[in-house]
Design a protein around this ligand. Structure first.
Ligand code: SF4
Ligand code: SF4
Length: 436
């Protein structure tokens, strides 16, 4: 039943009263950590929301627009709050101030609207690879720092190109990269044989993975098959609609949802789970409705709950970055770590401020390039301080943002999709000494 406006306001007031002002959420909030400004904290934003509800006039909403516009929507505050104050309150505040927030430039608005187009992303990826190659050739490993200081730095454009998610385009390049870290050479191997009954699953590939990380998606397919999964086609699947919803296109988001719901219904049995590769898409797809909560399963959860087949040794210190859409949006914590702990020889390390957003936030990072840049560098410094040889994560946005931060703060420290590392452990063997 649709709530009437007074009922809605009443429940907002009740929810607001849950906040006792303890401040336990503050150290987990990336925007407060960077600015130290109370109005950029969850507690401060809730106080501003209380003002707006008590005195609903345009002047108040305009005055508070920046505070809500800067909220990344990472939900770290919701996870941290012992009183169960929901993130939906801050979302409501964002909705109230939306008419008063600065509009992006026409060019950025157009780019934002195209970020869920696989063709556009592929074009962006190709131009980004060419530009990075040229810059590395000219400036070496400090290319990103020099670009940051260069007169041609146009903020959003540099952020867009710098934070394009990349993983090795072919398996040989991935093996070369990891061989260099491990310090020995590898042979590609056929991978483990699965002899049990395969479980039927359908695979939802995000448009970002298709456009930006197609080789990584293929590796996940190989992993799923090697771990006893029979992949069914998810016909006519499309973008999940998260970016459309977050960039003010509710009509497009609703159309995409209808298409994807039809695809899942066409699978027939409710027992067939849909595996999702990108945490951001999984979070949005689960919001389609309660019937999708259990049906949609993040790839790290599906694999992290299994006893994985025997793997090769990978004697590296590895740090896992939790995407906010996984940790705070879906409560995923143990499963990706369970995958890593099953790789022989691997040492899992944890960074400081692990629960804090990396500053990607999908379209948010492009609309707030300066703050996003600071948060990416902060995350990179913490990852470097963990002493890890390799960073892994499981969301395209985080992958690009962390790669950009590391290029600025720790140019020698690589970041990969978690599934790329798992593929290496499952599908390669160390070359015997003396072999050529
Ligand atoms: S942790 Fe919860 S109760 Fe405490 S200040 Fe933050 S929102 Fe309020
Ligand atoms: S959603 Fe994230 S950025 Fe926004 S108030 Fe909560 S912790 Fe801070």
């Amino acid at each position: 039943m649709v709530k009437t406006e007074p009922e809605y306001s009443q429940s907002l007031d009740d929810l607001l009263r849950r906040c006792v002002g303890c401040g336990l959420c503050l150290p987990h909030c990336a925007t407060w950590a960077e600015t130290g400004n109370e109005t950029h904290s969850p507690r401060g934003r809730l106080l501003l929301l209380g003002d707006m509800l008590a005195d609903p006039n345009p002047e108040t909403q305009a005055a508070y627009a920046d505070a809500f516009d800067l909220c990344i929507g990472c939900r770290a505050c919701e996870t941290a709050c012992p009183g169960g104050v929901p993130f939906s309150l801050l979302e409501h505040g964002q909705h109230l101030v939306a008419p008063y927030t600065d509009r992006p430039s026409a060019a950025m608005a157009l780019i934002n609207r195209k970020l869920d187009s696989q063709v556009f992303l592929s074009l962006l990826q190709t131009s980004g690879r060419i530009l990075r190659t040229v810059l590395k050739w000219g400036w070496g490993s400090t290319w990103r720092r020099r670009l940051d200081k260069a007169p041609l730095n146009t903020g959003q454009l540099v952020r867009l190109l710098g934070s394009m998610p990349i993983s090795p385009n072919n398996n040989d390049d991935l093996i070369t990269l990891l061989d260099r870290l491990v310090g020995s050479a590898s042979n590609p191997a056929p991978g483990p044989d699965f002899s049990g009954s395969p479980r039927e699953v359908a695979f939802f590939v995000s448009c970002a993975n298709l456009g930006l990380l197609p080789a990584s998606s293929q590796r996940l397919v190989a992993i799923l098959e090697a771990t006893g999964h029979h992949l069914l086609p998810l016909e006519n699947q499309g973008c999940c609609g998260a970016l459309a919803a977050h960039t003010g296109r509710p009509g497009t988001a609703a159309r995409l949802k209808r298409t994807n719901v039809q695809s899942m219904v066409a699978l027939g049995s409710d027992d067939i789970v849909v595996v999702v590769e990108a945490a951001g898409c999984g979070h949005h797809l689960k919001d389609y409705g309660p019937e999708f909560q259990d049906r949609l399963v993040d790839a790290t959860v599906l694999l992290g709950e299994l006893l994985l087949p025997a793997m090769r040794e990978v004697p590296l210190k590895v740090v896992y970055h939790d995407p906010c859409h996984a940790l705070h949006g879906q409560g995923i914590f143990e499963e990706p770590r369970n995958i890593l702990k099953q790789i022989p020889g691997l040492e899992l390390v944890e960074p400081e401020e692990a629960e804090m957003c990396c500053g990607s936030g999908g379209a948010w990072g492009l609309l707030h390039p300066e703050m996003s840049n600071r948060l990416g560098r902060r995350k990179a410094r913490n990852l470097k301080l963990s002493g890890a040889d390799l960073v892994v994560t499981s969301n395209p946005g985080c992958l690009g943002q962390i790669a950009d931060g590391l290029a600025l703060e720790a140019p020698g420290l690589p970041v990969l999709p978690l599934m790329d590392l798992l593929w290496f452990a499952l599908f390669t063997t160390p070359k015997k000494q003396g072999c050529r």
